[in-house]
Every structure is written in structure tokens, then in C-alpha cells.
Write a protein that binds this ligand. Structure first.
Ligand SMILES: Nc1ncnc2c1ncn2[C@@H]1O[C@H](COP(=O)(O)OP(=O)(O)OP(=O)(O)O)[C@@H](O)[C@H]1O
Length: 237
């Protein structure tokens, strides 16, 4: 399949009710690895991820992909902070994106079982997805996203409801997905997680992309006073 990357953002801006939520932001998403969005609450991380994924109306600027619409949609996935569950079992929920892509029922079920085991839901295959705990829903959402081996995966705070063990497992799954060729872009509040996972960091403040830097550079020599203050744990007003 043709690569959907690079994704080029040219001065994109998002405004709602006269308020600027994001932008203007320019960025090119390409290559391999894990990019991590950091920034204080309300700095625009979720809005930025949603804009790239194509589910946020753009008020200005341009978004360009290297491929056409159907491929672009099929080759990417998004794990939401509060994933929406279907009225299906865990097994069928994970199998669903494959069924949509025309994979046979038997193959989809077998891939779903493999992914359920990988995210630690192997014992929950027959349970309704709706009754899972918050952390289990996040794991299911990750399995449902990765079962199609997407070229590009967006995640919004994927470990927000998870304990240390589950976070560790998810981080390894993301690193494996990355090695298998999935480009990952995610937000996190957890500076430790960014240090563990990031290849590069995008630092947002007040809807503006203040820094884009390789991880080591951002953590040792942030280029802006806001970035430095954020890393020190100061409140950014
Ligand atoms: N649909 C909307 N209409 C109006 N304002 C919105 C809308 N969605 C988000 N906002 C506002 O846009 C700003 C950016 O929100 P966003 O959720 O993108 O930030 P964030 O960095 O992801 O925050 P957090 O870390 O708290 O999840 C916030 O001030 C938020 O209140």
C-alpha cells in the first residue's frame, strides 16, 4: 500500500465561537518513530491530534497527505482518551475493523484473539466491551487500533487510567508497533513517559506549537522559557 505520509500542516488554525483554540501551526509529520505532544492542560494537544486525524473542522490553513482520501482514512487509527465502546464482545470489538476491511470472520477472530492476549484482555474475550473498566477499555481501544497494522496511530493520553504495570505493557506495545512500521503521535501529561518513549517532542502552549525538538534536546535544552518552566513543574499562566 502507498504511504500516506508525509502529512503537511500549513498554518492550520482552529477557532470556535470566536476563540482561537489552535494555531496557526505548521508541521510536517514524516519518517518513523514516536512523536509526543506535551503542554499544560488546555494547551491544544487533543485539538491538534483531532485536526491531524481529520475529525476537527479547520478554520484556516491547509492539511495535505501523500495519498488520497480512502487510503488516508484506512491507514490511520485514533485511540481516544475516553474510548467509545460498541455493544459487542471484546473479541468482536477488536475484530470489527478487520471485518470492515473485508477480512474473513475466522481470520478476524483469530487476529482479535491474538491482540486481546497482547494487551492483557485474553481472559475477557467473551465479555461485553461496555462492562470493562476504564483501563481495560483503553487496552481494548489500543488493540482495536493496532489490529489493522496502521501506518499512523494517534493516541490521546493512552495511559491516563492505567496503573504502572498496565502502562509498562502499553508502552512496550507501542514501541513494538513502532518497530513494525507504525508511525506514532501521542499526547501525554507524564514527563517520565515522554522521556521513555519519545523520539521527538512537540511542546504546545496556549494553542501554539512553541517547540519541536528531538527528545534529548527538549529535555536538556528547551528553547523557550515556557518549555523550561513546564519541565521544572512551574505553573504556566
Ligand atoms: N469544541 C470546543 N469548543 C470550544 N472550546 C473547545 C472545544 N474543544 C476544546 N476547546 C477548548 O480548547 C482548548 C484546548 O483544548 P484541548 O482539549 O485541545 O487541550 P489539551 O492540551 O488536550 O488539554 P488537556 O491536557 O486538559 O487534555 C481548551 O481551552 C478547551 O477548553
Amino acid at each position: 500500500m502507498q504511504s500516506i505520509l508525509p502529512l503537511t500542516l500549513e498554518d492550520i488554525e482552529i477557532r470556535r465561537n470566536g476563540k482561537r483554540l489552535l494555531g496557526p501551526v505548521s508541521w510536517v509529520l514524516d519518517g518513523a518513530g514516536i512523536s509526543i505532544l506535551m503542554g499544560p492542560n488546555g494547551s491544544g494537544k487533543t485539538t491538534f491530534l483531532r485536526a491531524m486525524h481529520g475529525i476537527e473542522r479547520i478554520s484556516g490553513g491547509r492539511i495535505r497527505w501523500a495519498a488520497q482520501a480512502p487510503e488516508v482514512q484506512q491507514a490511520q487509527a485514533f485511540v481516544f482518551q475516553a474510548p467509545i465502546m460498541m455493544r459487542r464482545t471484546v473479541r468482536d470489538s477488536i475484530a470489527y475493523p478487520l471485518r470492515l476491511r473485508g477480512v474473513s470472520r475466522a481470520q478476524a477472530r483469530s487476529a482479535a484473539e491474538e491482540w486481546a492476549a497482547r494487551v492483557g484482555l485474553g481472559a475477557a474475550l467473551a465479555r461485553p466491551a461496555m462492562v470493562l473498566s476504564g483501563g481495560e477499555k483503553q487496552k481494548l481501544a489500543l488493540a482495536r487500533a493496532l489490529v489493522t497494522a496502521p501506518q499512523l496511530l494517534f493516541l490521546d493520553e493512552p495511559c491516563a487510567n492505567l496503573d504502572g504495570r498496565a502502562t509498562h505493557d502499553i508502552e512496550h506495545i507501542l514501541q513494538d508497533a513502532c518497530k513494525a512500521g507504525t508511525r506514532v503521535v501521542m499526547s501525554t501529561h507524564d514527563i517520565g513517559q515522554a522521556r521513555r518513549l519519545a523520539d521527538d517532542v512537540l511542546f504546545l502552549h496556549d494553542g501554539r506549537l512553541l517547540e519541536t525538538a528531538p527528545k534529548d534536546q527538549f529535555f536538556t535544552r528547551p528553547a523557550t522559557p515556557e518549555g523550561a518552566a513546564f519541565l521544572k513543574g512551574d505553573l504556566l499562566l
